[in-house]
Design a protein around this ligand. Structure first.
Ligand code: NAD
Ligand code: LMR
Length: 338
């Protein structure tokens, strides 16, 4: 169903036509899993984003209500809802950016990897749809375990002959957002002034904040370094425990997802100097995927930055991160070779 067209009739069509003929420039964005804990606030934030002209909300439940609700916001984007797998192709056709959230979130006591069995098949099906309907779209993959779902997506796209490593971006922005916040707390400054590179992956020890490279330059005691690193690595658990079994991070993730999607859209628009951390196909280490800073452009992750100088603590962390990442990446690849 289409909330705008259904309710507005021909005036809805006029809006869409107008946009195509030199109206406000904008991109077409689909959110898959849009009625969930992250999906709802993210849908609201994307509806407020002036770079978005069309917003497709896809999911397997509660989509009509969320779409009707969001569509009443008096911002530019036209919102359409798509419910259930028979509508997946319509949700994806023509999209510039697809944000994948669809899945099951973890509960306290579970690792992100415990979600693999439930989420691997969901990601496979959705990525097959992307390969069919919008093979050139930039994909922001948020569903956990990111360290394995990104390799699954890559294998799906390879199988379909549509794989472009630059366009497949695992979202690790929440780790950066948390790192900026926690470091700012320790330094007693505004988090908006802080930039912490977080590399590796998105689970436990694979989340490696490079505290020696914080901007503006600063230094930490060994105790501060260890406490900050542990808090950033366990940020997901901190939220899941506080939510007491009702879910994992949703609001901070919606914020982080908006921040990352907006950076991708500005890159697509051709803005210069858009640099964010992301888990991508990479030659920075011996692993096939790794999160580092990347430069976002018209084709996605157009440049992948090296790690830069690491101190001894970070070099030890890097070895641990690579050890765990290797297994998680292989798990994703193996799932697709069955
Ligand atoms: P949620 O359960 O609240 O929402 C997930 C949504 O996906 C639900 O609406 C559900 O109906 C839908 N869904 C399930 N199967 C589907 C399918 N086959 N097709 C389409 N939709 C389907 O979960 P959430 O809290 O929004 O989290 C979503 C995912 O994001 C989880 O995997 C979570 O672990 C992950 N996450 C990642 C990060 C990150 O930093 N990358 C941060 C937070 C959460
Ligand atoms: C997070 O970092 O909050 C997410 O990956 C969700 C989780 O399971 O921790």
């Amino acid at each position: 169903f289409d909330a705008n067209l259904k309710m507005e009739g021909s005036s809805g069509m006029r809006r869409a036509d107008c946009r195509g003929k030199g109206g406000a420039p904008g991109f077409k964005v689909a959110i898959l899993g849009a009625a969930g804990g992250i999906g709802q606030p993210l849908a609201m934030l994307m509806k407020m984003n002036p770079l978005v002209s069309v917003l497709h909300l896809y999911g397997v439940s509660n989509i009509p209500g969320v779409t009707a609700d969001i569509s009443h916001m008096d911002t530019g984007a036209v919102v359409r809802g798509f419910l259930g797998q028979p509508q997946l192709d319509n949700a994806l056709t023509g999209m510039d950016l697809v944000i994948i959230l669809a899945s099951v979130p973890r509960k306290p006591g579970m690792t992100r990897d415990d979600l693999f069995t439930m989420n691997a098949g969901i990601i496979k099906t959705l990525c097959e749809g992307i390969a069919r309907c919008c093979p050139k779209a930039i994909v922001n993959l948020i569903s956990n375990p990111v360290n394995s779902t990104v390799p699954i997506a890559a294998e799906v796209f390879k199988k379909a002959g549509t794989y472009d490593p630059k366009r497949l971006l695992g979202v690790t922005m929440l780790d950066v957002v948390r790192a900026n916040t926690f470091v700012a707390e320790v330094l007693g400054v505004d988090p908006r002034e802080v930039d912490v590179p977080v590399v590796g992956g998105h689970a436990g020890v694979t989340i490696l904040p490079l505290l020696s490279q914080v901007k503006p330059p600063c230094s930490f005691s060994q105790e501060e370094t260890e406490n900050l690193t542990a808090r950033i690595q366990n940020g997901g658990i901190e939220v899941a425990v506080a939510k007491d079994g009702t879910g994992s991070a949703t609001l901070s993730m919606a914020y982080a997802a908006l921040k990352f999607a907006d950076a991708c859209l500005r890159g697509l628009r051709g803005d210069a100097g858009i640099v964010e951390c992301s888990f991508v196909a990479s030659q920075v280490t011996e692993l096939p995927f790794f999160a580092t800073k990347v430069r976002l452009g018209r084709n996605g992750a157009e440049e992948i930055y090296q790690l830069g100088p690491l101190n001894e603590y970070e070099r030890a962390g890097l070895e641990k991160a690579k050890g765990e990442l290797a297994g998680s990446i292989q798990k994703g690849i193996s799932f697709m070779s069955k």
